[in-house]
Write a protein that binds this ligand. Structure first.
Ligand code: SF4
Ligand code: SF4
Ligand code: SF4
Length: 328
């Protein structure tokens, strides 16, 4: 197999950027953050090379639009598996696998519910805001430890076309404020932590049931695109980031891209309007399905292909950092 030099540019850039970011953490943060460093002094450097190589491999595969969807899913599931394995080991008493030892429920809604209840920003909330600024909606296509399961289980083929989700925005715009108001009310009425944990757990269990039973039947990520409050926040706030996905005038309305989108962002109306719906996470799964190349990434001043490569560079480098450091 002949590997063209051009195809090594993105992997090399991802390797260097993720190795640099992890090296800064290794050198500057007093308590070892890399798990290998916690076991053996100096082993963190080996982990950095391994993690950066994994990122380079993912970049090599994902730069080919034909492989983007498959390897994005592999990368995302890998992150989720590593995250929950460390949590399980931490809960089993191996506290070396925990970030701080201060446990909280691992459901994304806590990113917004926690600060609303405690009236203070958490590390997760600051991390979340930073990633939205840097990579737009990539949180919901690569970094979230929960959404990967929705993506995986909604991926199987459904009979007929994937139908648009009815009342999506009505449901989204009801759940988000309700969740925040409930967290605020819990605080104002001074409910004890057990009650709030029970409420958050029930919210998480309903979500899990949606992932297990509704998303597979619909062939779309119903949990992420309708129920999760953080998904709604991402859909709205991603606009602060300049990356966009557009459908240009060469679109022939063949509708071949529709089944590729599990985020309910490519329905007939969206295609006619020339841009995916707000629930688009710029995942890139649809790009290879469009023969005329009408569906494209856009970034001011860059060609569509360069914008796609730049987006992959940013998101995969950030993903490697999340994979290496993400734990509770
Ligand atoms: S919508 Fe929620 S669960 Fe889905 S990926 Fe985004 S934050 Fe995670
Ligand atoms: S429109 Fe394309 S890029 Fe956007 S979420 Fe759907 S498949 Fe992903
Ligand atoms: S696959 Fe391309 S040409 Fe066909 S509807 Fe989608 S964007 Fe238009």
């Amino acid at each position: 197999m002949v590997v063209q030099l051009k195809s090594l540019r993105l992997p090399l850039a991802v390797f260097l950027m993720s190795a640099f970011l992890l090296a800064v953490v290794q050198l500057k943060v007093h308590r070892p953050m890399l798990i290998a460093e916690r076991f053996y002094v100096g082993a963190g450097w080996v982990q950095i090379v391994l993690m950066a190589s994994w990122g380079a491999f993912m970049a090599f595969k994902m730069q080919n639009p034909q492989h983007t969807a498959r390897f994005r899913q592999i990368a995302w599931i890998t992150f989720t598996t590593v995250f929950f394995s460390q949590l399980a080991l931490g809960l089993a008493g191996y506290t070396i696998f925990l970030m701080t030892g201060k446990l909280h429920l691992p459901i994304p809604a806590m990113i917004i519910g926690g600060p609303a209840f405690r009236h203070e920003l958490s590390f997760m909330t600051i991390l979340f805001v930073s990633t939205v600024l840097l990579t737009g909606p990539a949180w919901c296509s690569q970094y979230c430890y929960f959404g990967a399961l929705d993506g995986l289980l909604s991926g199987k083929k459904v009979k007929g076309k994937r139908q648009p989700i009815k009342y999506k925005w009505l449901i989204k715009s009801t759940i988000l404020p309700l969740f925040i108001i409930t967290a605020l009310l819990f605080r104002w009425f001074g409910l004890n932590p057990v009650s709030t944990t029970l409420f958050a757990s029930a919210f998480g269990v309903v979500g899990l049931l949606i992932i297990l039973f509704v998303s597979p039947r619909k062939g779309k990520m119903i949990y992420c695109t309708t129920y999760c409050p953080i998904g709604t926040v991402v859909s709205i706030t991603k606009q602060v980031n300049p990356f966009r996905m557009v459908i240009n005038s060469s679109c022939t309305s063949c509708m071949r891209c529709m089944p590729a989108c599990k985020y309910d962002a490519l329905n007939i109306d969206d295609i006619k309007r020339g841009k995916p719906a707000l629930t688009c996470t710029l995942c890139g799964d649809c790009v290879s399905t469009c023969k005329p190349g009408a569906i494209q990434y856009r970034f001011p001043g860059l060609s569509a292909e360069t914008a796609r490569m730049f987006y992959l560079f940013l998101t995969i480098s950030t993903y490697v950092v999340f994979l290496s450091l993400g734990r509770i």
